[in-house]
Structure formats: structure tokens, C-alpha cells
Design a protein around this ligand. Structure first.
Ligand SMILES: Nc1ncnc2c1ncn2[C@@H]1O[C@H](COP(=O)(O)OP(=O)(O)O)[C@@H](O)[C@H]1O
Ligand SMILES: [Mg+2]
Length: 349
């Protein structure tokens, strides 16, 4: 007999049963003949024990475990196979009730986790949809306004027609910008974006980006520069196109949220096998309470200013995803009215 727990339980139950029956027999004898036949009581005790044992062990016991087997079968159907061992409970198996209890607890925990996860996804989906429609609403309404005015006679008014078309064009450009950012973030979040790692000179890349952003920086009279002159190439192992996106995003932010006449500097320092890239501005800064949420999608410190500057609120979320896809991290430190510094690392070669 493998299952001693079950057997002991059945024996005790049978003993109790036969004891109670024998006691009842003795009481009956006492009241009918005032004499107790001890030999008969002992024989009956033994007979009751055998009957009880057979009943419990071969009838009642399997009946319970058949039920447990049914429950277990049901559990197996609602759960993937690996979550629950496919045991057929037999009479002689290891404590099936405890095993079932463990399984049910496990299922309850798993289900709880699943429910929490689904709830999070649901609120994320709602928030995301809300944000997307909110972002698209303004430019779409603007376009509708310009077109309606043109239809209602503005088309023949040479003082506004070209201007309104240009404004509508700008709003279309903004929608495209939002869609591009959304597409990038979706690719990054679903993991469908694969990095194309390459060995390239990041100092040269920064000088290149400075040239590309020159007009934008000049408009706000902001100077873009490398802290130290990097005459020699500084090679990193990274996705050139994606890192360009990161640097452009951070520099554009420093221009948008910089002070007129300010400056943005890029500094490289070497640490073991890594290059630490620091992008530092002396702009308006960000107060401490905003810093923990700064990299969340659609998070902006000053919504009005961001929209006015053509921001989507997705830039830093994209930046973070790209750096994390390189198995690195990005940090920010900032003081209001003093400036902001973003720091990230890349592998050096
Ligand atoms: N260099 C910076 N100086 C001050 N504030 C910044 C800077 N970079 C980002 N921010 C703040 O962080 C917010 C999020 O940035 P980002 O994700 O790039 O979105 P946006 O499209 O608004 O630029 C911005 O709206 C801005 O309020
Ligand atoms: Mg930005």
C-alpha cells in the first residue's frame, strides 16, 4: 500500500465506526438482558471493522477520488498542460487532496496575475487611444476649418487662399509626424524592429547632426557644439540610423525648450568598454516632480509649449526604447532655469 496517509485515515475511520457500533450493541444488550456478552461484542467489533474498512476503502474512497479526478479533468481543460501535472488520482497515489489544493491555489494565483495584466493592458489601451485621438484632433479640425473657409468663398480671395492652403499643408505635415512617431513606437514596443548594428564614428555623426539642425538652432540663437574637439574618430557599435534618431530628438528638445541665446553641448567620456554620451543644455529645465514620468509616451511638462513647438510627446519614449534595445540605459538630470542633461552609454569598439 503506497498511500499510507489514506490507509491510516481509512483504518482510523473504520476503528471509530466499529467502536461506535460495538458500543451500541453493548448498550442494547445491557437494556435487554442486563448482561453484556463480551465475546459477541468483540466478534462484532471485528466484523464491523472489516465491513467499515471494505466500505471506506473500496467504495467510499474511490467514489471521492473519482470526483476529484473529474474536477482535475475540468481543471486540465481550462489550463494549458504545463501549468498542472496530468495526474490521474488513484487510491494509492500521494495525497491527492493536498495535491489538488496546491493546484487550485496555483491556478488562482496565475489567474489573478492574468487578470491584473489584462486590466493594465485595458487601461493602457484606453489611455493610448485617448491620447492618439487627442493628438490628431487639433490638426484635423484645423484642416477642416481652412478647407471650409476656402469652400465658402475663400478660394477666390487672394489675400487668404494661398495662406490657408499652406496652413492646411502644415497640419497635414503634423499628422504625418504623429503617425511616423506612432509607427516607430509601435515597432519598438512590439519588438518587430531589429537593430542593424554597425561600427561607426559617433563624433562625426554628431557633427553631421549639428549641420542638419543648424537652421533650427539659429532661429532660436542656440549654439550646438562638442565639448572637446574630437579630431580622431570615436567608434561605437550601434544602430547608426536609430542613434541618429536619439541624438536628433534630444538636440531638438534642447532647442525647443532652450533659452534664446543658449547652448547645447555634447560630451563623450570613455569608461571601460563604453562611451558615455552626455547632452547638456542650459534651457528652461524640468522640475523634479516631472522627471520620473518624462520618458512615458505622450508625457509633457508644458503641453501648450510642446504642441506649439510641434512636439508629439513621443520623442523621449522613442529615445528610451532605442537605447534599451541596445541593452543600455538613459538617465536625465535637470534643474529649473539652469538646464537639463541627458546621459546614455553605447558600446565602444
Ligand atoms: N531639454 C529639455 N529641456 C526642458 N524640457 C524638456 C527637455 N526635453 C524634454 N523636455 C520636456 O519633456 C517633454 C517630453 O519630451 P518629448 O518626449 O520629446 O516630447 P515633445 O514632443 O513634447 O518634445 C517635453 O514636452 C518637455 O516638456
Ligand atoms: Mg521631443
Amino acid at each position: 500500500m503506497k498511500n499510507t496517509k489514506v490507509s491510516i485515515f481509512v483504518i482510523i475511520l473504520s476503528l471509530v465506526n466499529s467502536f461506535l457500533c460495538s458500543a451500541a450493541l453493548s448498550v442494547w444488550q445491557y437494556f435487554t438482558s442486563s448482561q453484556i456478552d463480551l465475546a459477541l461484542v468483540l466478534i462484532m467489533f471485528f466484523v464491523f471493522f472489516i465491513i467499515s474498512f471494505v466500505m471506506f476503502y473500496f467504495v467510499y474512497n474511490p467514489f471521492i477520488f473519482n470526483r476529484i479526478n473529474e474536477v482535475h479533468k475540468e481543471l486540465n481543460q481550462i489550463l494549458p498542460q504545463h501549468e498542472i501535472p496530468d495526474t490521474k488520482f488513484q487510491l494509492d497515489e500521494i495525497d491527492p487532496i493536498t495535491q489538488l489544493e496546491v493546484d487550485v491555489k496555483k491556478i488562482a494565483t496565475e489567474r489573478q496575475k492574468e487578470v491584473e495584466h489584462l486590466k493594465n493592458l485595458e487601461s493602457y489601451r484606453k489611455e493610448y487611444l485617448g491620447n492618439v485621438s487627442h493628438e490628431l484632433k487639433t490638426p484635423v479640425f484645423n484642416i477642416q476649418g481652412y478647407i471650409s473657409t476656402l469652400i465658402d468663398g475663400g478660394l477666390s480671395d487672394s489675400s487668404i487662399n494661398l495662406d490657408y492652403l499652406k496652413r492646411a499643408d502644415k497640419s497635414v505635415e503634423r499628422i504625418i509626424h504623429i503617425i511616423d512617431d506612432l509607427e516607430t513606437i509601435t515597432q519598438l514596443e512590439t519588438g518587430s524592429l531589429e537593430l542593424e548594428l554597425d561600427k561607426y564614428d559617433i563624433a562625426a555623426q554628431c557633427r553631421d547632426i549639428f549641420d542638419a539642425l543648424d537652421i533650427q538652432a539659429r532661429k532660436r540663437n542656440i549654439k550646438l557644439q562638442l565639448v572637446k574637439k574630437f579630431d580622431k574618430p570615436l567608434f561605437v557599435h550601434a544602430d547608426k540610423y536609430r542613434i541618429r534618431q536619439v541624438i536628433v530628438n534630444l538636440l531638438t528638445n534642447s532647442i525647443k525648450y532652450g533659452k534664446e541665446g543658449g547652448k547645447t553641448e555634447i560630451n563623450f567620456s570613455l569608461y571601460n568598454d563604453e562611451v558615455i554620451v552626455e547632452i547638456k543644455d542650459n534651457g528652461i529645465g524640468i522640475s523634479e516632480q516631472h522627471l520620473p514620468r518624462l520618458f512615458e509616451r505622450f508625457y509633457r511638462v508644458d503641453k501648450g509649449r510642446s504642441r506649439e513647438q510641434g512636439g508629439t510627446g513621443l520623442g523621449l519614449a522613442i529615445v528610451k526604447h532605442i537605447i534599451e534595445a541596445h541593452q543600455k540605459s538613459i538617465t536625465v538630470s535637470s534643474t529649473v532655469d539652469v538646464g537639463t542633461t541627458f546621459t546614455f552609454t553605447l558600446d565602444r569598439v
